[in-house]
Design a protein around this ligand. Structure first.
Ligand SMILES: [Zn+2]
Length: 408
């Protein structure tokens, strides 16, 4: 991982250049290990998280890196370890719990749990929320003009999830963003932007760069790099035994040709979103028979694939559109069987494979709850099921995140 090494080197260089600790005589250093958090390290050395973060010039305590050297303040001067002062946030009219959680780099479930909120839709303006952990928005003071704030839905994110970014500028500019070498799909009015990018389910775990570039009207440019830590998703392994007689569909040329056909569609980006709020399940009986991200071996061969969608059982059950969009493919495919693909805008697509029958046509506009077709067993299957897949560009992402969270 070239990028990872480069980042570690540049980060250590930055610490050497600017680290406050060089002049200290009797200091201790600690090398960050896998699984460490700043609060664990602080506890170990009996210093506060706030002090440790400040001592090492860390703008965001959630972003520490394996191998990073931290200077530990002299124990005699260290203040007694106390819980970091609890941060609070007063809910404003129009806020959603998801937006608030995103602003503080938290998952919505964590914020809800910390405040005893059972239903994320039932929050009121004026209500005061406790912000748990050492989570915080990225310090706006450290950003170059015209960047005013950058926040991410998660700064440590599991493989396969959708990352949401929010950027505020103090002066109108054209914003673009890249995660590694892929564009972030952005929407904004020149000052306030949000965007989405998928984390590949098989991404190597480690540190990745998210680069924001603002092009100002006078032709000047400004850029900010934010690091994102990709963590291992909770994915198991399964062996797939396809229906006898259909093994020919595992032929690599058949698989590649179909993938190429779909990639041509996934490369097209409709520059506005058509969905509104959280997605609904595409089936009434939403019991999952195979989860997204599971590592797969076909017919006992090597584990060389992963499950790019979420499966539901129920032969013959109706399949409904989970959100608004336009049908961009409705035809019989070799591997995916009777397939429908919906464009939701902003690079987001959802696919419905192995249907017994589809009732929609290309170009048809769908509202949430509109009938798409029926669960079947066409194509490369082990038995009847709906395979529901969501793509951001060509990257498959966990569909259930789109049901659980309101994005953006
Ligand atoms: Zn599936």
């Amino acid at each position: 991982m070239k990028h990872f090494r480069y980042f570690i080197i540049s980060l250590i260089a930055a610490l050497l250049l600017t680290g406050p600790a060089q002049a200290q005589s009797n200091e201790t250093t600690y090398t960050v290990q896998a699984g460490d958090t700043l609060s664990h390290i602080a506890l170990k050395y009996n210093v506060s998280v706030t002090e440790l973060a400040a001592y090492n010039g860390l703008a965001n305590p959630n972003l520490i890196l394996i191998g990073q050297q931290l200077s530990i303040p002299d124990a005699s001067s260290a203040i007694a370890a106390t819980a970091a002062p609890a941060q609070t946030y007063t809910i404003q009219s129009g806020d959603t719990l998801f937006q608030i959680a995103s602003r503080f780099g938290l998952r919505v479930a964590r914020l809800a749990e910390a405040n005893g909120i059972a239903n994320a839709d039932l929050i009121e303006a004026g209500q005061v929320l406790t912000i748990p952990d050492a989570a915080q928005a990225i310090a706006p003071t450290s950003l170059p003009f015209p960047f005013e704030s950058i926040s991410l839905s998660e700064t440590r994110i599991d493989q396969g999830r959708t990352l949401i970014v929010y950027v505020t500028l103090s002066s109108a500019a054209d914003l673009s963003a890249q995660f590694e070498d892929r564009p972030v799909f952005l929407s904004g009015d020149g000052l306030n932007y949000w965007g989405i990018v998928g984390i590949h389910a098989l991404s190597e775990v480690g540190v990745y760069s998210l680069v924001f570039r603002a092009a100002l009207p006078d032709g000047s440019q400004s850029a900010v790099t934010q690091n994102v830590i990709v963590t291992a998703g909770p994915y198991g392994v399964e062996t797939i035994n396809v229906v006898p007689g259909r093994e020919g569909l595992l032929d690599i040329d058949v698989i590649r040709a179909e993938m190429a056909q779909l990639n041509l569609i996934w490369e097209q980006v409709t520059p506005y979103k058509m969905w509104n709020g959280a997605f609904i399940y595409p089936v009434a009986d939403a019991r999952v028979t195979s989860s997204f991200g599971t590592r797969r071996s076909y017919g006992g061969g090597p584990v060389n694939g992963y499950h790019a969608g979420t499966d539901f059982g129920g032969l013959g059950n109706p399949i409904y559109a989970p959100a608004a969009g336009v049908v961009v493919l409705a035809e019989a495919l070799n591997v995916r069987g009777n397939a429908v693909l919906i464009d939701h805008g902003m690079g987001l697509y959802s696919g419905y494979w192995h249907q017994s029958e589809s009732v929609v046509h290309v170009g048809q506009q769908l509202a949430p709850g509109d009938l798409i077709g029926y669960i079947g067993d066409t194509g490369l299957v082990t038995g009847p099921h709906l395979h529901w897949e969501m793509r951001l560009g060509s990257i498959a992402v966990e569909p259930l995140q789109w049901v659980e969270d309101q994005i953006p």
